[in-house]
Design a protein around this ligand. Structure first.
Ligand SMILES: CC(C)(COP(=O)(O)OP(=O)(O)OC[C@H]1O[C@@H](n2cnc3c(N)ncnc32)[C@H](O)[C@@H]1OP(=O)(O)O)[C@@H](O)C(=O)NCCC(=O)NCCS
Length: 180
């Protein structure tokens, strides 16, 4: 099984990860990892990255602690401009989408979600050096998820309640790694 490549804590998904018995408490996310993540990754639809239990983690934790997916997406120019308080061209703006992010229930509350989110942001910041990307969007599916993302400065970008699309400017994400 592949090791994570510095500076990332996660590794690209492999077929064994889908069979690891991941259970985050949200059936749609569990099903996605078990049934679709490997093929969607292979087809370039959504790259999936997993955080596996390492030798420094307690052995009672599950093999896959958490995962997330990354894709390219477009966001309404007016919505992005509203968050940035800036003038933008009228056509859709390029963004990175964290489509799914979940932590196994047995590993929740150990800052695994934070590690996953920072890892995803680092990959996005790196990708933004070679393609246009004005920010990061997530679709928070529950109030809990929205509260989690708002801790990391994501803000709501539409009035639609659920799923709540939230946005983080790429400059804010870049700032998180500026002293590395
Ligand atoms: C939401 C989720 C990713 C959080 O992961 P976690 O590993 O338990 O969270 P962490 O330990 O990294 O917590 C980091 C911070 O977020 C806060 N947080 C975690 N879960 C939260 C929640 N459900 N609501 C509000 N805040 C939350 C923590 O209190 C902590 O805040 P602090 O810095 O003030 O201490 C995880 O509970 C999960 O996978 N839930 C089910 C799937 C889901 O809702 N995914 C969201 C994508 S739609």
């Amino acid at each position: 099984m592949s090791e994570p490549q510095f500076p990332y804590a996660t590794s690209p998904i492999e077929p064994a990860d889908a069979k690891a018995g991941f259970s985050c408490g949200n059936r749609a996310l569990d099903d996605y990892l078990a049934r679709h993540a490997v093929s969607n990754d292979a087809d370039g639809i959504g790259r999936a990255y997993v955080l596996r239990r390492s030798l420094v983690d307690p052995p009672h934790l599950p093999l896959v602690l958490g995962f997330y997916t990354l894709s390219m997406a477009l966001a309404e120019s007016t919505q992005v401009a509203g968050v940035l308080d800036a003038k933008l061209p009228g056509y859709p703006m390029p963004v990175a989408l964290i489509g799914r992010l979940a932590v196994d229930q047995r590993a929740q509350g150990r800052r695994v979600g934070e590690r996953l989110l920072l890892d995803a942001l680092r990959r996005i910041v790196d990708a933004s050096a070679i393609l246009g990307c004005i920010g990061v969007v997530v679709d928070a599916k529950t109030e809990d998820a929205a509260r989690f993302y708002s801790k990391y400065d994501f803000v709501s970008m539409s009035k639609v309640s659920w799923p709540r699309r939230m946005f983080l400017p790429i400059g804010t994400a870049r700032g998180a790694f500026s002293e590395d």
